[in-house]
Ligand binder design. Structure first.
Ligand SMILES: [Zn+2]
Length: 123
């Protein structure tokens, strides 16, 4: 229930903003999601619908931008962009391999965060 927990967090942030501006309704929520969070946008949208039923955010649209993951190689110091394949998602297997020297001694530097970027409200 990874997505559901995040959907609830988004709602809490949106609700706070809505209260701050005395809004009647939350219409659009813009999100940035790192690919390495493994959050599936479709599942997140579904979870959000359930989490916000009967609230100020009911019917709000989620606009999701997926940001690619990046790793830094400890061997050669170069940065590679990584894309998780469908198979990797299914098996939970992730290969964080440097694209330049093929070393597996890498660290994730980008793509593990998920943030609310902007919220559109109706006053
Ligand atoms: Zn390398």
């Amino acid at each position: 229930m990874h997505e559901f927990a995040f959907a609830h967090k988004i709602y809490k942030i949106a609700e706070q903003t809505a209260q701050k501006y005395n809004a009647k309704k939350i219409t659009v929520i813009y999100l940035e999601i790192g690919e390495l969070t493994l959050i599936i946008p479709e599942l997140l949208k579904e979870s959000f619908k359930i989490a916000t039923a009967g609230t100020i955010a009911e019917g709000a649209e989620l606009k999701i931008e997926v940001l690619p993951g990046k790793i830094k190689c400890r061997e050669c110091g170069k940065i590679s962009e990584i894309t998780i394949t469908k198979e990797a998602k299914l098996t939970g297997l992730q290969l964080f391999q440097c694209k330049y020297c093929e070393s597996k001694d890498t660290e994730i530097i980008y793509g593990k965060a998920a943030n609310v970027k902007n919220i559109q409200i109706q006053e």
